[in-house]
Design a protein around this ligand. Structure first.
Ligand code: SF4
Length: 102
C-alpha cells in the first residue's frame, strides 16, 4: 500500500472545498460556529447545527469536508457536525450523504 501523508490528503481535500455549498457564506458560517461554540447543552448545540446542516445535507463534497476537518484538526462546524480539534464533538453519528466526488 502506498503511503500518503496527512498533509497530502488534507491538501487534496482542501482543493475540493471551493465546490462546497457554503463557499459564499463566510459571515453566516462564522455566526453559526460562534453560536455552536457558545451552546452549553447538547440540545442547544443540536439546534445550532440545524441551519448549517441543511446546507451540508446537499453539499457535493461533504465526505471530503469531513475528511479535511479530521486531518486538519478543525474546531467548528464541518459536514453538518461540530468538531473539536479534528474529532467529532460528542458521539453523534454522521447524517450527511457518504459519497465522494473524486
Ligand atoms: S459539507 Fe457543509 S461545511 Fe463542508 S463544504 Fe459542504 S456545506 Fe460547507
Amino acid at each position: 500500500m502506498r503511503g500518503i501523508s496527512r498533509e497530502v490528503l488534507a491538501r487534496d481535500a482542501a482543493w475540493s472545498l471551493a465546490d462546497g455549498s457554503c463557499k459564499d457564506l463566510t459571515v453566516e458560517w462564522a455566526r453559526w460556529e460562534a453560536t455552536y461554540a457558545a451552546s452549553l447543552t447538547p440540545a442547544a448545540r443540536q439546534a445550532a447545527l440545524m441551519e448549517p446542516s441543511a446546507l451540508c445535507a446537499d453539499c457535493p463534497i461533504a465526505v471530503e469536508c469531513a475528511d479535511l476537518a479530521g486531518l486538519s484538526g478543525y474546531t467548528g462546524i464541518a459536514a453538518a457536525h461540530g468538531y473539536r480539534n479534528g474529532r467529532l464533538d460528542g458521539a453523534r453519528a454522521r447524517t450527511t450523504k457518504q459519497r465522494r466526488t473524486a
